[in-house]
Design a protein around this ligand. Sequence first.
Ligand SMILES: Cc1cc2nc3c(=O)[nH]c(=O)nc-3n(C[C@H](O)[C@H](O)[C@H](O)COP(=O)(O)OP(=O)(O)OC[C@H]3O[C@@H](n4cnc5c(N)ncnc54)[C@H](O)[C@@H]3O)c2cc1C
Length: 477
Amino acid sequence: MPDSPSRPRAPGTVLPDAVQVAVVGAGPVGLQLAGELALRGIDCAVLEREPRIAQATRALVLHARTLEYFDMRGIAEPFVAAGHRYLHYPLGTARAEASFTTLDSSFAYALALPQHRTEALLQAYARGKGALLVRGAEVTGLLQEADGVVLTVRHAGQVRRIRAAYVAGCDGARGPVRRLAGIPASRSVYPYDVTSIDARLDLDSQQPWSRCARDGMALLLPFGDGRWRIILYDYRPRGTGGAPTGGLDQAETLLRRVSGRDLCLRDVQWISRYRCERVQAGPYRRHRVVLAGDAAHVHPPTGGQGLNTGIADAMSLGWRLASAAADPRHDGLLDAYAKERRQAAERVLRLTGALLHLNAAPSLWACAVRAVGLRTARLPLVRQRLAVALAGLPHVTRADNRLRSGQRVPDLLLRAAPGQGAPGRLFEALRSGHHVHLTPACGTPDPRAADLAHPLLTARSEACRRACVVRPDGHTL
Ligand SMILES: Cc1cc2nc3c(=O)[nH]c(=O)nc-3n(C[C@H](O)[C@H](O)[C@H](O)COP(=O)(O)OP(=O)(O)OC[C@H]3O[C@@H](n4cnc5c(N)ncnc54)[C@H](O)[C@@H]3O)c2cc1C
């Protein structure tokens, strides 16, 4: 694999004829993936239809695992400095909540940060590493050949062809790559109307809040600057003031009835009524095309999982795609990516679907289930488990004898090398983008480390009872 030092690239205005990897879409997932590829010296181009980052907020929440990934690349600080911390995620009544403060992570919270700010920071990182980003470049065609892919791209009034060894479809839920590659997907729509509003609210607290009542459910998420995202589920039958006629007045009325408070929405920036969908691509890979992010899976926005799951895709795909692009013998790594991340998306689809039903289902039967569910969610163990699932840390474990392949490894303290000052951390060692061979103070090395075909660092840790190889995405090999 080329291991050249990365160099900053200016905004691209010229389309190259050929690259090792073409990333379609400069949303958060495409940008994160481009940073991962450029970190490893891969010649990649991000092709983005839009001329600039859209200012719509969309995703608001970054969870702990996403911040851990950023920490593994040394870029967590500006996100944390710009965001607003949530200590819990409320489920509908007092004390029924996921409490992030108990998470076994340096980031024991969720971070509110509008998606366009996340994209701006990731764009700066990818460019800083040397990725080429071409805006105003719309992919309209894709042809798979034996040893590469030819993309048709509309750019600056011209139609051009770009050749790439691999194409990553990070073009979101409505992008063309999945369809052009002939990858099927299952899709269904949930039968609930959801209203989402970004506006100012006069509330003292700056923490998330929610209530379930007879008429509906309200979830309030603060931006941290006086603005709030208000999400409303209306249980009233249509024609009695309920969905789907709602404008701002109707939303305000429902908010007052559910909250029991005289809340007024001011400076409304955005209001939207929609139905959530559930989409899962069949395979995440066909020949030389791989999918990541919303191009591969779409979840209901409950629990703020979409962007976070996509960043995890990009971390899992980045080192594997870089390896495959540099050496065809590593092509099989992409199958492992497709399998691992499809299973992860299944878990997220189940979680977000269950939360949506809990929030939105209006029937009497659903109300009874909700009442039981909310009582259960007050139990400390349930609050903790739910937080772990939402935070994207399902495999929290100390590096011990039970480590299995693909498990998250926490940010262990490393032993200082002789002659060096302070000990480092595992996530700091992963900033190189290499695998890390973790060994206990005494004990035998992981035998797989000797045969590894990827660049490898070795580090000692007292917290690690058995040697293991940690992948560049922070999971065990
Ligand atoms: C209202 C709302 C609230 C949400 N809240 C949350 C939340 O709190 N937390 C969370 O994690 N997620 C949330 N999400 C989901 C989140 O926004 C998405 O999961 C995330 O944007 C996916 O990132 P992506 O990079 O995969 O796709 P996108 O962000 O959709 O980016 C795809 C990019 O591809 C480009 N593109 C498309 N077609 C082409 C083409 N032909 N050629 C070139 N470029 C193309 C698009 O212009 C776009 O820039 C929310 C979504 C919505 C709509």
